[in-house]
Write a protein of this length. Structure first.
Length: 403
């Protein structure tokens, strides 16, 4: 049952009433209110009601499981409503369960499966809805759902590997910063007070470290607030259109990390393009969807420009080849796919190749980062220890300075 928020007036008194009513459709809700002697002024479905999709999120892993299981059930000959009811009963994610129930209700009331999915854009992307719609039109829903499951599984696997590769250096860097701050605030001042009692000139590195310690200790709140403000400001800036374009333009040019980010966007582009073309979605609609899923403004603008050129009669490879964001290797493979009439297979191969390159680069990066971080920790922490012990090595000169 869907829930509808309404504004109505009593036919007898004219008193305005604002409330909600549960019904299978908007027409049924209006009929229910008329039976209550209420004249409907406005009525709207509460899609964002708590307990559905409003404010909630569904993990990619839950969406993968739903898609894979639904594809299996449909392929086995089960009816759509029966399949959705079974999936709603067994899912552990409350948001996902409520979404499935709502989709099931809509399908029962006469909506197509893709139309029901479209009511939950936070859970089912435009790509998902379009592929399901193409499967319904072509009578290949089970096959399309299986392809969607494979696509989502590949996306989840790549995302997991990227997060795993970045987790270790991130944690070690944060720990190193916290240890450094602790030493500067708690340990170095103790040594500073001891050395100060000698009333002698300290070695340069030691004096520099004590000065830094005093600054950090005196302005630690300002440093934290300033650092937090800079991070918050940067995150806000890259969410604005100019900021996002600036960041997307330069992040794919960064050494090592830029190469990985660029390949991730290309892999997402080629795999999504292959899935939609194979599902029978029209090419111009495909490019419109793909441009919104690549995750990079520069590539998005290039795809939209290429779509205009393709609409004028140019081939996909020619239109994309005008933009340097697409490497020559990918353009040549797309050209070969067009010539053989198997562009979807070629795009899938490109995506698999890029995924392998990303995994190889991440593995090498992970192996390289570990010794770099060890050296970094050794230099920072070891350097601070040496600076503190330098006066001890020169204790006779400090205690009995030459006059």
């Amino acid at each position: 049952m869907a829930s509808f928020a309404y504004i109505a007036r009593e036919t007898n008194t004219g008193r305005e009433i604002r409330s909600s009513v549960d019904a299978s459709s908007e027409q049924a809700a209006i009929a229910t209110l008329l039976n209550r002697n209420l004249l409907v002024v406005s009525i709207q479905e509460k899609v964002g009601k708590k307990g559905r999709t409003g404010g909630g999120s569904v993990a990619l892993a839950d969406l993968v499981i739903f898609t894979r299981q639904l594809a299996t059930m449909i392929d086995a000959g089960l009816a759509m409503v029966q399949s959705l009811q079974a999936l709603a009963e067994q899912t552990t994610n409350k948001v996902m369960r409520d979404v499935i129930k709502d989709v099931c209700t809509r399908v029962e009331s006469g909506d197509s499966f893709s139309e029901a999915l479209q009511k939950h854009p936070k859970v089912f992307s435009r790509l998902y809805v379009c592929m399901v719609g193409a499967g319904e039109r072509g009578g290949l829903l089970a096959e399309i759902m299986a392809r969607l499951a494979v696509y989502l599984e590949n996306t989840a696997r790549l995302r997991k590997k990227v997060k795993s590769a970045m987790m270790y250096p991130t944690v070690v860097t944060v720990v190193a910063i916290l240890i450094t701050i602790f030493l500067l605030v708690k340990v170095v001042p103790v040594f500073g007070d001891i050395f100060k009692s000698f009333d002698a000139e300290l070695p340069g590195p030691t004096q520099f470290l004590i000065t830094i310690s005093n600054l950090v200790k005196s302005y630690i709140l300002v440093i934290f607030l300033g650092g937090g403000g800079l991070v918050f400001g940067w995150l806000k800036f890259i969410k604005t259109p100019p900021g996002r374009k600036f960041w997307d333009t330069y992040r794919i040019r960064l050494p090592i990390f830029g190469v990985i980010a660029h390949k991730i966007c290309l892999a997402r582009f080629t795999r999504t393009l292959a899935s939609l073309i194979r599902s029978g979605v029209p090419i111009l609609e495909v490019l419109g969807i793909v441009s919104q899923t690549v995750g990079n403004v520069v590539m998005e603008e290039a795809i939209k420009t290429a779509a205009v050129d393709i609409e004028r009669g140019e081939s996909i490879s020619t239109a994309l080849g005008k933009h340097p964001v697409f490497p020559n290797m990918i353009i040549r493979m797309i050209t070969a796919g067009e010539q053989t009439g198997k562009i979807d297979n070629m795009l899938e191969r490109i995506a698999d190749f890029l995924d392998e390159e990303i995994e190889t680069t991440l593995s090498g990066l992970t192996a390289l980062i570990e010794p770099i971080l060890i050296v970094f920790l050794g230099v920072v922490i070891g350097g601070m220890v040496i600076c503190m012990f330098l006066p001890i090595f020169k204790m006779p000169e400090i205690v009995n300075p030459k006059r």
